[in-house]
Design a protein around this ligand. Structure first.
Ligand code: AMP
Ligand code: MN
Ligand code: MN
Ligand code: MN
Length: 304
C-alpha cells in the first residue's frame, strides 16, 4: 500500500449507545473531520448504535466497521475483546450480548446499594440519568459522582469508588473468553484483544491469555491504543508477531470531554505488524444504497 494512499484506521470508539458522549452520527461526522477513513464503532456489549453509524457513514464518505467491545472475565479479571466486522443481526451474538447487559443492570443496582451503604444516596437514578437509556456502565456512576462533588475528575472517582477494594466495586461476571470469541465468529467477525497492556499482566499471564485466545479462535491484538505507551505498543507488536496474530489500532475514543484522547490521533503500527485490515478476511462492508437495514445481512458475511 502506498504511503499517501494509506487510509487512516481507527478501530475502537464508543458512542452514547454505551459510555461515549457522542451519538453514532456525531461520532462519524467527527471521524470525517479528523481524517479517519475507516472507523469501527465498538460500544460495550451492544451493537445497537451500528445502524445509525452506517447511515451517517453513507452521508459523509467515511467507512464504518460494525463492531463491539465484549466484557470478559478471564482469570478472575476483566478483559475486553473487540469484535470487528460483526453482523449485528446475528442471533448468537445478540443473545450473548443481551446476557451481558442483563448482568450490567443487576450490577448497576448492586453498585448503587453499595454506594448507599457508604452514604451516597440516589446513585442508581443518577447513573440512569447519565446513561440516558443506554445500559449503565461504571462511567455513568463516575459522571454522577463527579457532578455531585464526590470527586473532582474521572480518574479520581474511579480510584476512590469504583475499583477493587472501594465502596462501589462489584466483581465482574462477564462472558468467558471462549464465549466472546465464539459469538464474534458466529457473527462473521474478527476477534481482537483490546488494549492488552492495560491489564498489567505478568509476562507469563499475558502469554497465557494470548495462547488461550488463539486456541479459541481469536485473530488479533490491539497493538496501538490510547491506553498504551510507546513502549507498550512495541511490546504488544512483538507479542502479536510471536503469536502469529494480526495487529489492530484504535483510539478508544469516548468523546471530547477527555482531552487526552482524540479520534484518529494514534501512532502508526510498528514495523513488522500484520494489520487486521490487510488480512484476507477483512472486507469492508458496503453500505447498501437501498438503505439500512433492508439488506444488512447477505452472503457478504461469511460465518465461521
Ligand atoms: P464498565 O464496563 O461499565 O465496567 O466500565 C468500563 C469503562 O470505564 C472503560 O471502558 C472506561 O471507559 C471506563 N474506565 C475504567 N477505568 C477508568 C478510569 N480509571 N478512568 C476513567 N475511565 C475509566
Ligand atoms: Mn468505556
Ligand atoms: Mn476497554
Ligand atoms: Mn473501549
Amino acid at each position: 500500500m502506498s504511503q499517501t494512499a494509506a487510509p487512516r484506521y481507527d478501530l475502537h470508539a464508543h458512542s452514547t449507545f454505551s459510555d461515549g458522549t457522542m451519538s453514532p452520527a456525531e461520532l462519524v461526522a467527527h471521524a470525517a473531520r479528523q481524517g479517519v477513513a475507516v472507523l469501527a464503532l465498538t460500544d460495550h456489549d451492544t451493537t445497537d448504535g451500528v445502524a445509525e453509524a452506517l447511515i451517517a457513514a453513507r452521508r459523509n464518505g467515511t467507512s464504518v466497521v460494525p463492531g463491539v467491545e465484549i466484557s470478559v472475565t478471564w482469570d478472575r479479571r476483566t478483559i475486553h475483546i473487540v469484535g470487528l466486522l460483526v453482523d449485528p443481526d446475528c442471533q448468537v451474538l445478540q443473545e450473548g450480548l443481551s446476557g451481558l447487559r442483563r448482568f450490567r443492570r443487576w450490577r448497576a443496582e448492586e453498585i448503587a446499594r453499595r454506594l448507599s451503604k457508604a452514604g451516597i444516596e440516589g446513585a442508581l437514578e443518577g447513573a440512569r440519568k447519565q446513561a440516558a437509556g443506554s445500559s449503565i456502565g461504571r462511567i455513568h456512576f463516575a459522571r454522577f459522582l463527579v457532578e455531585k462533588g464526590y470527586a473532582e475528575e474521572m480518574r479520581q472517582v474511579f480510584k476512590r469508588f469504583l475499583v477493587k477494594g472501594k465502596p462501589g466495586h462489584v466483581r465482574g461476571e462477564w462472558a468467558t473468553l471462549e464465549q466472546a470469541v465464539s459469538w464474534i465468529r458466529a457473527a462473521g467477525g474478527m476477534a481482537v484483544i483490546a488494549h492488552p497492556a492495560r491489564y498489567r499482566l505478568s509476562a507469563v499471564r499475558l502469554r497465557r491469555l494470548i495462547g488461550e485466545f488463539r486456541e479459541v479462535g481469536g485473530c488479533g491484538i490491539e497493538v496501538v491504543s490510547s491506553s498504551h505507551s510507546r513502549d507498550d505498543c512495541f511490546a504488544m507488536a512483538l507479542q502479536a508477531r510471536r503469536a502469529g496474530l494480526l495487529a489492530s489500532a484504535g483510539s478508544d475514543y469516548h468523546g471530547p470531554d477527555n482531552p487526552w484522547i482524540e479520534l484518529g490521533r494514534i501512532p502508526p503500527l510498528p514495523d513488522g505488524c500484520l494489520p487486521v485490515w490487510e488480512s484476507p478476511s477483512w472486507r469492508l462492508y458496503e453500505v447498501p444504497r437501498e438503505g439500512y437495514p433492508l439488506q444488512f445481512h447477505s452472503e457478504r458475511w461469511p460465518r465461521g
